[in-house]
Design a protein around this ligand. Structure first.
Ligand code: B3K
Ligand code: ZN
Length: 883
């Protein structure tokens, strides 16, 4: 693939041999330069003659001038590494076109025309997994954001909506199943070849186009919508995987029902297909009526999938399904508006998962992702607003900021409006913009009008990057509690000065004696500083603030450990309780790492933390899922994020030391908890899931406190396991220990699941993320394992993302971890640029890391930057990271 045989490159000059590898310095695209496309493409007809290594594509576009755009004598059809074999206008061969880089620019004289273009592509050579590619003998597509232009020349931008009619033909034996968007309108065959024709009645942008051809089998079911439409549902997988699709199908039906009940959204076709693909750059893709999924988010059974995997399947199925309205019926005007569909759809999937399981636990999980990934992004060189102002490669902007902070921003509107008014706002949004390519501004305006909110100042959340910090002080005098709040929004690249933003903070003032409060309040801090007074407090209350994590900010306050211990035990908001536990541990670890902690202070802090942990372990009002959250230690990145400059080695050592200390101090309580949890039989209900969660947590504490005992217990759990959660949890602990059981159980796991790619991914990841002192050597050895390949993104991520997120290994003081990631990026970039570029951000944190390592991280980045050719993706990330 990517062999460009364009007029300007007739011989396939090696300089251009791989279109993904660009000469340096690709242009910057700016939001303010948006112009409507001068042509309307009312209809698109596509004819595919399918072959794994040669597919011929004939497209017919019906175009007319767009009266709402500046007139143009030409039409620009984007291409990427493809060549036109034939170009016709109104049925006649045309010579009036030129190539401008990868794009085909055609001069059109009249008001309306029919353009015909023929291209030929090689899906089997498409290792970028964008456009039409081969995966395990089948053909599939990924077009978002700019993959359609790798299939045929087209105005590949989200504001060009067209109805698609697609015919595909190919060898029946190789591709017995032929799928596309919309409904099947015909099929037939002749000897070994067969064909199918599909029509999608809903106008859509090219990024939502999808085609699948392969030897697949389906789990089928149906759903009757609230309007009485009977929808056929299929989950397509390879033969042999069918018995792992039940959870996906159930999740789909639950999503459809939930969207009707909670957002009033009904499905709009007679068919909904999901196809699972093993080689996929991300989680899944919401193509109209034909969602394509990474197998990881489809296949699940108790033997091979963990509880986390089950939740992942449900969440991603929901997410992609919800896009049918927030993304497909209303799409984005341009890619700067990506958060319009992604932020909103993440919020929708979060609310869905919360409704399907435990709301507080889901909230904590979401906040953990936000603080572990988005906060570091927002405080580093890649920081950008949820609606970015410019990009070089849009694939780099599918970020935690656009997705997760985007969801938080909409969640704040919901919090300020209240659920009912917010629903009026979303109803208005869907009604006003159905069928359009809209902007974030359209969304905010609809919420403003529908929910009756003034969001004038709130819009700054869309334009300003950086995590606001809120300094909090609570004073008490007479019977008045006085709360002083001060916000600062830090400078970020290109945005040195920030204006104050409205920050909705839910709070409660808790009576220290009774442990109760008189009601939760919502205050909105919309200035740099503000003061709020509360009367009727004879004694100083304990402050519970940013309850439910009502705003995506960091709270900065002086609070005694004693008060945190109190809140960890008594706060009636589960999130605030979790926060108190996290703060208790984080506060201690930051002080310990900063070196200003004497031995006595250290002992006193550890004893307070143990006391709080004990009350969590022994609180019989708690369910185990929530108990597990309260028991979890803060992640290393989160701790590092709290320091201006961090020493990853020291943080790791202190964190492990605290874990060991707790493991020892609370050994009895932990083991009692384990014994109780161990008796709960396997099921997928919350109680059993909670039991499994606390068991593995106990093993982790024990592994730090008493490794020999933990190894024994983990080996026992591994052997007895009747589900993947228990087995993986035990193996995770064993993989980090220098015990005799380690090797045996790793071999057993591999042999047991050999051939099951998703489980073998776990086997790679467990070793790459392990606490074992030789983890780095293990990763090097695994790189040469026959099952390792750079061609499969899941496998690459399972080894190297896990490694890059393993602080002790990645941050090895001699820089070996950084060199390994740089080597990977350089090797992977020509194969799969999108995946390669995802490994740059861990190196980009150098400014916040101690000097010695920072220098080594920079060197790794500089070495990448010096490569003679880089993809746009990696070039942009490396350049921004070096700053
Ligand atoms: N919309 C897709 C993401 C496409 C990423 C392209 N690099 C999946 C999702 O967010 O639902
Ligand atoms: Zn999405």
């Amino acid at each position: 693939m990517d062999i460009a045989r364009t007029p300007s490159n007739p011989d396939g000059n090696p300089e251009m041999a791989d279109a993904a590898m660009q000469p340096k310095d690709p242009p910057e695209i700016r939001r303010e330069d948006y112009k409507p496309f001068p042509w309307i493409v009312s209809e698109t007809r596509l004819d595919f003659e399918l072959g794994i290594d040669c597919t011929r594509v004939r497209s017919t576009l019906t175009v007319a001038r767009n009266a709402k755009a500046e007139p143009s004598p030409t039409i620009r059809l984007n291409g990427d590494g493809i060549a036109a074999i034939v170009v016709t206008v109104d049925g006649e061969p045309s010579q009036s076109w030129v190539m401008d880089g990868d794009d085909l620019v055609l001069t059109l004289p009249g008001e309306a025309h029919e353009i015909g273009i023929e291209t030929e592509i090689d899906p089997s050579a498409n290792s970028q997994l964008m456009g039409l590619y081969a995966s395990g003998g089948m053909l599939c597509t990924q077009c978002e954001a700019e993959g359609f232009r790798r299939i045929t020349f087209f105005p590949d931008r989200p504001d060009v909506l067209s109805t698609y009619t697609v015919r595909m033909s190919g060898p029946r034996a190789q591709f017995p199943v032929l799928l596309c968007n919309g409904n099947k309108t015909g099929e037939g065959g002749d000897g070994d070849t067969h064909w199918a024709e599909w029509h999608d009645p809903w106008p859509k942008p090219s990024y939502l186009f999808a085609l699948v051809a392969g030897d697949l089998v389906a789990r089928s079911d149906s759903f009757t919508t609230m309007g009485g439409r009977e929808v056929e549902l299929n989950v397509w997988v390879r033969e042999g995987d069918l018995d792992r699709t039940e959870h996906a199908m159930e999740s789909l039906k639950r999503s459809m029902k939930w969207d009707e009940e909670v957002f009033g959204r009904e499905y709009d076709l007679d068919l909904f297909n999901i196809v699972a693909v093993s080689d996929f750059n991300m989680g899944a893709m919401e193509n109209k009526g034909l969602n394509v999924f990474n197998t990881k988010y489809v296949l699940a059974d108790p033997e091979t999938a963990t509880d986390g995997d089950y939740d992942g399947v449900e969440g991603v199925i929901g997410h992609e399904y919800f896009h049918n309205w927030s993304g497909n019926r209303i799409t984005c005007r341009d890619w700067f508006q990506l958060s319009l569909k992604e932020g909103f759809t993440v919020l929708r999937d979060q609310l869905f998962s919360a409704d399907m399981g435990s709301e507080p636990v889901k909230r904590i999980e979401d906040v953990r992702v936000l603080r572990g990934i988005q906060f570091p992004e927002d405080s580093g060189p890649l920081a950008h607003p949820i609606r970015p102002d410019s990009y070089r490669e849009i694939s780099n902007f599918y970020t935690a900021t656009v997705y997760n902070k985007g969801a938080e921003v909409i969640r704040m509107m919901r919090t300020m409006a209240g659920e009912e008014a917010f629903r009026k706002g979303t109803d208005l949004y869907f009604e006003r913009h159905d069928g359009e390519a809209a902007t974030c501004e359209d969304f905010v305006k609809a919420i403003e009008d529908g929910a009756g909110l003034d969001l004038a100042q709130f819009r700054r959340w869309y334009s300003q990057a950086g995590t606001p910090k809120v300094a909090v002080e609570l004073d008490h005098e007479g019977d008045t509690a006085r709360l002083a709040l001060t916000q600062t929004v830090p400078p970020t690249p290109g945005q040195p000065d920030k204006a104050p933003m409205p920050i909705p903070l839910k709070l409660a003032l808790i009576d220290r004696k009774s442990g109760t409060h008189s009601g939760e309040r919502l205050v909105v801090l919309d200035k740099d500083t503000a003061e709020f007074t509360f009367d009727g407090f004879a004694d100083k209350p304990a402050l519970s603030i940013n309850r439910t994590f009502s705003a995506p900010v960091s709270i900065d306050r002086e609070v005694s450990r004693e008060e945190l211990v109190f809140l960890a035990a008594k706060d009636d908001d589960p999130f605030a309780r979790y926060e108190a536990m996290q703060e208790l541990m984080t506060g201690h670890l930051v002080a310990a790492v900063s070196g200003d902690l004497g031995d006595n202070d250290r002992q006193a802090a550890r004893s307070d933390i143990a006391q709080a942990m004990q009350s969590v372990i022994e609180d019989d009002q708690l369910d185990d899922l929530m108990r597990g959250e309260l028991m979890a230690m803060p992640g290393q990145t989160y701790i590092a994020e709290r320091m201006l400059v961090a020493d990853p080695g020291l943080i790791h050592a202190e964190r492990e030391a605290l874990k060991a200390d707790l493991g020892k101090r609370l050994s009895e309580q932990f083991h009692a908890l384990y014994d109780r949890a161990e008796k709960v039989p396997f099921s997928l209900d919350a109680e059993a899931k909670g039991a499994r969660k606390v068991k593995t947590l106990v093993l982790a504490y024990a592994a730090a406190g008493d490794p020999a005992k933990a190894a024994e217990l983990a080996a026992h759990q591994y052997e007895r396991a009747d589900n993947m959660t228990d087995r993986q949890g035990a193996l995770m602990v064993l993989a980090g220990l220098d015990s005799a059981e380690r090797t045996g159980k790793l071999i057993d796991f591999y042999n047991r699941y050999q051939g099951n790619a998703l489980v073998i991914d776990k086997w790679f990841a467990l070793q790459a993320s392990s606490l074992h002192p030789q983890a780095i050597e293990h990763v090097k050895a695994l790189r040469d394992h026959p099952d390792f390949t750079l061609k499969n993104p899941n496998r690459v991520r399972s080894l190297y993302m896990a490694f890059a997120a393993n602080p002790a290994a990645f941050h090895a003081a001699d820089g070996e971890g950084y060199r390994m990631i740089a080597d990977l990026i350089l090797e992977l970039d020509p194969i799969n640029a999108q995946t390669a570029a995802r490994f740059v951000p861990p190196l980009g944190r150098w400014r916040r890391i101690e000097e010695g390592r920072a220098k080594l991280m920079r060197e790794a980045l500089e070495r990448i930057a010096q490569a003679p050719k880089l993809s746009r993706d990696t070039f942009e990330q490396v350049t921004r990271s070096l700053g």
